[in-house]
Design a protein around this ligand. Structure first.
Ligand SMILES: [Zn+2]
Length: 377
């Protein structure tokens, strides 16, 4: 069995984290938007919503331009948002959406939740106090603005950012879907080994490098859509079928969720039980953080879009229709349907010391994972 491959310029086994390049700061969100705002209405309303959220939140949110993405006649900002104090927060919740540009609903769900966080900060002093020092929220709501502008899964260079990380699967992956180097004209293209990393990937790496630290545990949620008839909370470990090193913590989180919300409707389990893939960003960043002694528990919220299509088959006639609810009442249901889960993950991240298993308890959770998911291995 081949070893997972980590390229030397992003060595996950290195003790020294890659330094974020120091250069002139990129222009702020408003400045970048001034040049394109009027032309984005029908094509990238999510970016307008993100800007509006920042404007309405005032000092409650700080934003930063992580990269500028050139696409068609536009220069689009890749923006990170922070709620809370990232210098002193004891815990971190990292929220990522829009890696696959066509999956707009992930970005919309995340922005809807961030709006509710900000609104609640205005009247709930207890809620707001958590952001003084307990936890910070770091969000990249549109990782791939160029892909979203074009309703495309890949970025403007034809590369699938979630097949682009420098890590190879240890076992057979599904043809094409698991990541391919044949052509950028076919989806799931990883990019060539010898080329530079794409700006969207570098931005993710910079944000994780800046905010995920030793002694500050982080839970991440990455929002996607398109797989199955039901919503999945995936343990995004896609390069091998063996359990992820933190599997005991995942089992504890699953049990905590199920004890608190026994009537929930998510399937919680490892992605690798469905398929493996090359170049998965969370395989890479989890492995890398772990090698540096940083606790990062990534999750993927994979919203099942097949049910939306089954109920409204006309969606089959557009590519975006395969990944997004197009009927207004269903769209609204999806926007409100995940708020409880994200609230719960925020609380779980803030209280991780209260439920994360150690020692004998962790071993019991690992055994439970075996019987839950890995019996056939
Ligand atoms: Zn996706």
């Amino acid at each position: 069995m081949p070893q997972s491959q980590i390229y030397t310029d992003f060595d996950a086994t290195s003790d020294t984290p890659a330094e974020e390049p120091v250069g002139p700061a990129l222009p702020d969100l408003t400045t970048v938007m001034d040049a394109c705002r009027g032309r984005l209405h029908r094509r990238l309303s999510e970016l307008l919503s993100l800007e509006q959220l920042c404007r309405q939140a005032g000092a409650l949110i700080s934003s930063r331009t992580e990269a500028l993405i050139e696409v068609d006649e536009f220069t689009l900002p890749l923006t990170s948002l922070v709620i809370g104090n990232p210098d002193t927060a004891k815990h971190c919740l990292l929220l990522i959406a829009g890696i696959h540009g066509v999956e707009r609903i992930g970005t919309q769900v995340l922005l809807a939740w961030l709006e509710s966080v900000i609104e609640r900060c205005r009247w709930d002093s207890h809620w707001r106090r958590q952001f003084d020092e307990e936890i910070c929220i770091v969000a990249l709501p549109i990782v791939n603005p160029g892909g979203m502008l074009r309703d495309s899964r890949c970025n403007p260079n034809g590369i699938d950012i979630n097949r682009h990380a420098p890590i190879d699967a240890e076992d057979k992956v599904p043809f094409l879907v698991g990541g391919q180097r044949l052509s950028r004209k076919i989806p799931w293209y990883r990019g060539r080994r010898e080329d530079d990393f794409e700006p969207e990937f570098v931005a993710l790496q910079n944000v994780i490098g800046r905010h995920c630290r030793v002694g500050r545990p982080t839970i991440a949620i990455d929002f996607h859509s398109g797989f199955g008839f039901q919503d999945h909370i995936w343990i995004p470990y896609a390069y091998r079928r063996q359990p992820i090193a933190d599997i005991g913590s995942y089992v504890a989180l699953k049990l905590l969720w199920e004890r608190n919300f026994p009537h929930h409707n998510y399937i919680f389990g490892p992605q690798a039980m469905h398929y493996l893939s090359h170049g998965d960003i969370w395989d890479y960043f989890h492995q890398r953080c772990r090698s540096e002694g940083i606790s990062l528990l990534p999750l993927t919220l994979e919203m099942g879009s097949w049910l939306w299509i089954k109920k409204h088959p006309q969606q089959l006639f557009s590519f975006a229709g395969l990944f997004n609810p197009t009927v207004p009442h269903r769209h609204a249901r999806v926007l409100r349907g995940h708020l409880l889960l994200i609230d719960f993950i925020l609380a779980a991240a803030r209280n991780i010391e209260h439920w994360q298993p150690h020692g004998e308890q962790a071993r019991e959770m690992q055994q439970m994972a075996q019987s839950l998911w890995y019996r056939q291995l």
